[in-house]
Ligand binder design. Structure first.
Ligand code: PHE
Length: 336
């Protein structure tokens, strides 16, 4: 043999491969060359027994090599066919759109609050979320029998250690460290044992401001807050100061803005009140100033605090405070 036979077979294979345009045609080729019954390779193998042993070994090895080569070439041809069948890639087409992340609405509003006050000369400060009774209550003139200190309202981690219920604790920490004039704002997470519903959450954010220096009066407080409230809401607002009580301010006030839906005429969305309460404020209580070593005869100050969620809800018309914590991208993607 058989060398010529092998060469002939290779030539035939090359011809067959060149002509095969489909997988079915390749399969036919495979049967023609490697098929058990009448495959061309079998013809050669069948002739082996008539050869002298020496030649038999040589031809047998050659036939095996040939078998492997046929298999390889069939597989190559199959891959080539498949590649040709794949759709052509147009590299000039734009790719699929990339989903860009958005800032959380609380981040957006928080930054805006800080920025408005920075432009008015206030500096940003931070304080810890895990606080002591002293900073959260005592130093803020909130005596130990005050209802806010009740276990029902405050998360205690250990006796005397708690999760801050408001950011007013930061007032004390700043005044202990810094001498008047003090003009600061702070922002951070607070905790209260409130049952969760559309307007209550056991964790929320407060934004707080404090200004203490010689001659600071309620007029300054009103001026600063009016300017702030006009800037922060995207609609015109009238403001209303009503008397209130906080242990750490005297006098104290609650501040409302005219309802953006009815312009203070009264409608269901403001509870027929005409105004929406947005923050608490007042003149820093002389006892608080004394607690941090300031002389209330020399300096006076004002403070204010508000819920960041509440401001965001009014600004964007968000009806349920729980949306801020759920991280539903359908909600979050609406803000930028
Ligand atoms: N800390 C008060 C609260 O949580 C808000 C407040 C801050 C009131 C500063 C007066 C002055 O309701």
């Amino acid at each position: 043999m058989p060398k010529e036979m092998i060469a002939k077979l290779e030539a035939e294979l090359a011809e067959g491969l060149a002509a095969a345009r489909t997988e079915a045609a390749l399969e036919e080729l495979r049967i023609r060359f490697l098929g058990r019954k009448s495959g061309r390779l079998n013809d050669i193998l069948r002739g082996l027994k008539d050869l002298p042993p020496e030649a038999r070994r040589e031809v047998g090895a050659a036939a095996n090599r040939l078998k492997a080569e046929i298999e390889n070439r069939l597989e190559e041809a199959r891959l080539r066919l498949n590649a040709a069948a794949a759709p052509e890639v147009d590299l000039t087409l734009p790719g699929p759109p990339v989903r860009v992340g958005h800032r959380h609405p609380l981040t957006l509003v928080g930054r805006e609050l800080v920025s408005i006050f920075e432009k008015m000369g206030f500096d940003y400060r931070e304080g810890p979320e895990v606080e002591t009774d002293y900073y959260n209550f005592d130093a803020l003139n909130t005596p130990s029998n005050h209802p806010a200190r009740d276990l029902h309202d405050t998360f205690y981690l250990a006796p005397g250690v708690l999760l801050r219920t408001h950011t007013s604790s930061v007032q004390i920490r700043v005044m202990e460290r810094e001498k008047p004039p003090v003009r600061i704002v702070t922002l951070g997470r607070c905790y209260r044992r409130d049952a969760q519903d559309a307007s209550h959450s056991p964790t929320f954010h407060q934004f707080e401001g404090l200004m203490v220096e010689k001659g600071t009066s309620f007029i300054h407080l009103r001026g600063v807050l009016n300017l702030f409230l006009e800037k922060v809401f995207p609609f015109p607002v009238k403001t209303r100061f009503t008397p209130a009580f906080f242990p750490f301010t005297e006098p104290s006030a609650e501040v409302g803005i005219s309802c953006p839906v009815c312009q203070a005429r009264g409608c269901p969305s403001c509870g027929h009140n005409g105004f929406l309460e947005v923050l608490g404020c007042g003149m820093v209580h002389p006892r608080v100033l004394k607690n941090v070593g300031y002389d209330p005869d020399k300096v006076t100050g004002f403070a204010f605090g508000m819920g960041v969620e509440r401001i965001a809800m009014i600004k964007y018309g968000i009806k349920d405070i729980r949306l801020f914590l759920e991280n539903d991208v359908r909600f979050l993607h609406q803000f930028s």
